[in-house]
Design a protein around this ligand. Sequence first.
Ligand SMILES: [Zn+2]
Length: 305
Amino acid sequence: MEIDIICVLYCSNVEDDRHLFFSCPYSQSIWRGVLAILGLSRGVQIQWCTSKFSGKSPDAILKKLAFNSYIYHIWAERNMRCFTEKRNSTDSVLHQIIEVVRIKFLAQNIKVPDKDRNRSLFNKWSINVNFTLPRTIQYVWNKPLSDEFMINTAGSLSQSGAGYSDILRDHIGDAIAAVSGTSRPLSITIHELQGIEAGLLLASEYSISCICIASDSKVAVSYFSSKNKEVPWRATRVWKRIQRLTKRFEICNIVHIYRETNRAADYLAKLRHTTEFLVFTPCSFAQDLKDIVFEDKMGKLYFHF
Ligand SMILES: [Zn+2]
């Protein structure tokens, strides 16, 4: 015979895990307090949090601690009421949750980047953290070695369509040619790979034998650096074509670069030409692109935060 257990948190509903943590008015009142102090909307559901509270950033750690503390304290309150005459108000439980989160967060000695968002969040929790200034890295566009050519490549995918682009430059930084094309929207990784393929074809057309390909896509670069990593099945064809093309070159290196130094290729990728593979030379570059190429050549500093 099944016996329904009535919720002990001041309500007359049947108690199960779902009711206890998700729908009991007592728990919900505390949960709303936790959300408010986390700066999250009242509509955020606990189920949503279990799948979204991930990562290692200070605010992600704080959210996970808050969530765990909430679950622990609701369960503890429920047990206390089952076995003793004691009971806490929702305000009291919320206060306990906050205290535990504060102590646990401070014990981890986590460095928190000094951003307005973080200051506001940790102020709400009254957690005196040591804010650190965000690290800024300076970069210039990397010139290739004297006997190499550099291909900067990019893929793009947005609501307005998909495309890819490349710009080929010599070791001084002067542009030789550029290519830009459109594609049926697929996935950003595929468009990044299409960009690499187009760059290899462009270098082939100019009978270049030593190239360095620079991409800001860590995923695309990882396929070259890790032999065990498989490309998605939809990218298999373009990947096989790339592998065949790379054999045409004496030297063919691929490197990852920060997006800030990939401005020329990024600019081209957003042009959305109507043809699939359009090659053009520096004399037909738009002034904006000429300016980017010139600034890269002169060693303009780019900042990566
Ligand atoms: Zn209840």
